[in-house]
Design a protein around this ligand. Structure first.
Ligand SMILES: Cc1cc2nc3c(=O)[nH]c(=O)nc-3n(C[C@H](O)[C@H](O)[C@H](O)COP(=O)(O)O)c2cc1C
Length: 362
């Protein structure tokens, strides 16, 4: 159960990238990285982790496949993929400074038993992650499942005891394969190319519909997802459909009682409906056909999507947000736009709502 929830949280976060692929990815023609050729063994994974927001490139167009992956980076990657949840508890390691980019991630991972530090109270965030450490972290993140023992590696005797079951699990699940000579090479470092392939395999393995993450029946009491969205010209609707498909969520369209026509949306005309509403805030209280999503209380997670209008969330979503009680729900805003980012639109909606655990969104 714990495992299910963790993977589900991970998938919810990934869905925000709009390009989540839970089935095998297509071969890559052009990776977009100057240092990754389309036929490199890790090309598909480098593209996957970039496109799903799991690992960033190291420059405008480089992936640095031979670069080192540090322990702090792995914690940050998993934390980001889990949706950067609020953290309470966790170990205060002497070498993890509060301001470091990975500090919340390390705290979250230690609070959830995913990472452990060293006996001297350090976490050693800059140390390169080893293959056995990575196996152990992913195994713990998977809820420490049982594993078949037996098909031992030639260098089994040098695998640390904390990583023994994890390495067996990683081998059986196809997440981390051995090296030549039937070696696991436990202390070998995982380069960025290795990390990309391992994370790619891991996330695809744990996609919805697999044994580990069964589809969630409506009445199971498991996490349920609602994707609520307003879309005037269809872009946000397409993204909402992708998110609903990736998360198994239900869709709810926020529909103005008086729909916006293309003349209404003509922001270059000072007299158009949107321009007038933009100029005069009192006109922005848009009446909706309904603010009530069926079975509202049953949803744990609500995605809220909208187009950006003049830098903020298109205001028809305001009425929906104000009318509903988000207490106990995780809320994930997402937007489409010509070029603007999410900006502070999510925070503004969170303020309007006054309830709910609002994540940053994309
Ligand atoms: C009235 C209006 C204002 C807009 N303001 C912005 C803006 O400030 N920044 C931006 O990048 N795009 C802006 N756009 C473009 C829309 O955000 C973009 O086309 C969006 O994907 C439309 O989503 P929809 O098809 O779901 O309605 C604006 C569009 C309209 C109609």
């Amino acid at each position: 159960m714990k495992t299910c929830k963790r993977f589900w949280a991970l998938l919810l976060a990934l869905a925000l990238t709009f390009s989540l692929s839970v089935t095998a990815s297509a071969a890559v023609e052009d990776t977009g990285f100057s240092d990754v050729d389309a036929d490199d063994w890790f090309a598909e994974s480098a593209v996957y982790v970039r496109d799903n927001g799991i690992m960033n490139g190291t420059g405008a167009a480089t992936f640095n496949p031979d670069g080192t992956t540090s322990r702090g980076q792995i914690a940050a990657i998993l934390y980001r993929a889990a949706g950067s949840p609020a953290v309470s508890g966790g170990t205060a390691y002497s070498d993890v400074a509060g301001a470091a980019y990975y500090s919340e991630a390390v705290r979250w991972a230690s609070a959830n038993g995913i990472v452990t530090g060293y006996a001297d109270g350090t976490f050693r965030p800059d140390d390169p992650i080893t293959r056995q450490q990575l196996a152990a972290i992913l195994w713990r993140y998977a809820g420490s499942p049982a594993a078949e023992t037996g098909a031992d590696y030639a260098d089994e005797s040098i695998i640390a005891s904390y990583a023994g079951t994890a390495v067996d699990w990683a081998r059986d699940a196809g997440v981390i394969s051995g090296r030549d000579g039937n070696r696991f090479d436990p202390s070998g470092r995982a380069t960025r190319a290795h990390a990309a392939v391992i994370l790619h395999r891991y996330l695809e393995l744990m996609g919805p519909g697999t044994e580990e993450t069964p589809e969630i029946p409506e009445d199971s009491g498991e996490t349920r997802v609602l994707v609520a969205y307003f879309s005037a010209t269809g872009n946000t609707e397409s993204v909402a459909n992708c998110i609903a498909e990736a998360t198994g969520g239900d869709l709810f369209e926020i529909t103005p009682a008086e729909p916006y026509t293309s003349d209404d949306l003509n922001w270059t005309d000072d007299n158009s409906r949107v321009s007038r509403e933009h100029e005069d805030e009192s006109l922005r209280e848009v009446e909706l056909t309904t603010t009530e999503a069926e079975n509202w209380d049953s949803y744990d997670t609500v995605f809220i999507g909208y187009p950006i209008w003049w830098g903020i969330a298109a205001w028809p979503v305001d009425s929906f947000v104000e009318a509903n009680d988000f207490t106990g729900k995780t809320v994930i805003p997402f937007c489409t736009s010509s070029s603007s980012g999410l900006g502070e639109s999510g925070q503004r909606l969170a303020q309007l709502a006054g309830t709910g655990n609002w994540l940053e969104g994309q």
